[in-house]
Design a protein around this ligand. Structure first.
Ligand code: RB5
Length: 149
């Protein structure tokens, strides 16, 4: 299952992404926001990131104005690898090298077509494992060290 959330700055792009995901038959849940009224991005980052962190969802997508606040917030959650992407290359690498389980984008940075394209690239890409796994393991070690501090 894939969960998606945005603040007001990402609301319009979220609508386009949901349309794409539903067209592709992806099992997804929309965690809001549900309109263009101003809200606080950490609230929506927490909903999506805690679902991914707990294993309730396999993947997540977060969108705010720039994507910066969402990525900072989501990466506080254990096991979350949230990647802010801007172009085809970063979307592909986010999955192939970083095995990013949350894709983050800026609704005020990308056009709807660009955003949909980045979602398709990330969603369809495959994690390469191998040498990259050693690096993800090191991230987990850092995470455990911080949790136990
Ligand atoms: C909201 O105005 C804006 O700050 C937010 O969407 C995001 O860009 C924060 O990183």
């Amino acid at each position: 299952m894939l969960v998606i959330g945005s603040d007001h700055g990402g609301y319009e792009l979220k609508k386009s992404i949901l349309e794409l995901l539903r067209k592709r038959g992806v099992n997804c849940a929309d965690f809001g926001t549900d309109g263009s009224d101003s809200v606080d991005y950490p609230d929506y980052a927490a909903k999506v990131a805690s679902a991914v962190s707990s294993g309730e969802a396999e993947l997540g997508i977060l969108i705010c104005g720039t994507g910066i606040g969402m990525s900072i917030s989501a990466n506080k959650f254990p096991g979350v690898r949230a990647a802010l992407v801007h172009d085809d290359f970063t979307a592909q690498m986010a999955r192939e090298h970083n095995n990013a389980n949350i894709l983050v984008m800026g609704g005020r940075v990308l056009t709807p077509d660009q955003g949909k394209r980045l979602v398709e690239i990330w969603y369809d890409a495959k994690y390469e494992g191998g040498r990259h796994q050693k690096r993800l393991d090191k991230i987990s070690v850092i995470e455990q060290r911080v949790i136990n501090h």
